[in-house]
Design a protein around this ligand. Sequence first.
Ligand code: AMP
Length: 305
Amino acid sequence: MRPTISESAPKKPRDWREPTGDGPQLLVESEVVRAAVRKARQAGKSVGLVPTMGALHEGHLSLLETAKTECDLSIVSIFVNPTQFSPQEDFRNYPRDLTRDMELLGRLGCDIVFAPTNDAMYAPNHATSVDVGPIGQMLEGEFRPTHFRGVATIVLKLFQLVSADRAYFGRKDYQQTIVVRQMVADLDVPIDVRVCPTVREADGLAMSSRNVYLSADDRRRAVVLSKSLLLAEQLANSGERDVATIRRLMQQEIDNVGGINVQYIAFVADATLTPVARIDGPTTVALAAIVGNTRLIDNMLIGVT
Ligand code: AMP
């Protein structure tokens, strides 16, 4: 039988354990985390970094799980990065709960949590930023023009402070993974960028810290976003090649639910973000939509057969 969603089923983290009371080390100072990483590397340990903005859910935890299987020392950073929010976005109200996050990370056996302050990350005279060019201006960039500059800048800063062997990102933020890879390649950053599958709720909704904003009614409606991606996959699997047709049918499915404002449904060649008109190979369908007052994004890889 076909699973309801093809990428990944929600799961309890494999090595879930009761908190020991020790928990991860919480580091706030840049110099302290730098020293901890240096010490680990000198001892021949490999280091994995999972950058997050906190308000953790199983999507984040799956990244840590993978980091733990591949690295000796796991570090999760928690920093709500102001420069990736535009003034009208939800920076101030973004969910924050460090105590709960620490508890979850403790259960999974995370070694270090790096939670710097705003002032530590952005000095008053901070002026430099990373511009990744056109890939930061399309899709999400059309609606959030300064977003990827903020993302690339903070990710590079985190890579400089935590000189990890590997960094773990979620496929959920598909364009972000392309942006980070471009930045790492262009600026010769010695880190291996790993991309992990999207973790979803049982009904298919991609997990997101912003899902807590959804009212019960919005939450019910929001499922149609992943359903529309599955529809795209089914259409491609049954031989439909024309992107305009698939987009129209997706939009129709979303409109039938009502109350959802679709910002884009884009079809791009996987790994390059080049828009395609036909499904002739691995293609990512990415979408953004506003459900109630909440902006959600999701994507799926289709045309792989
Ligand atoms: P955020 O805290 O939203 O900045 O996300 C931190 C990291 O977790 C990013 O690499 C995200 O792509 C990843 N992430 C967020 N949601 C999910 C999810 N549902 N499945 C897998 N990874 C996710």
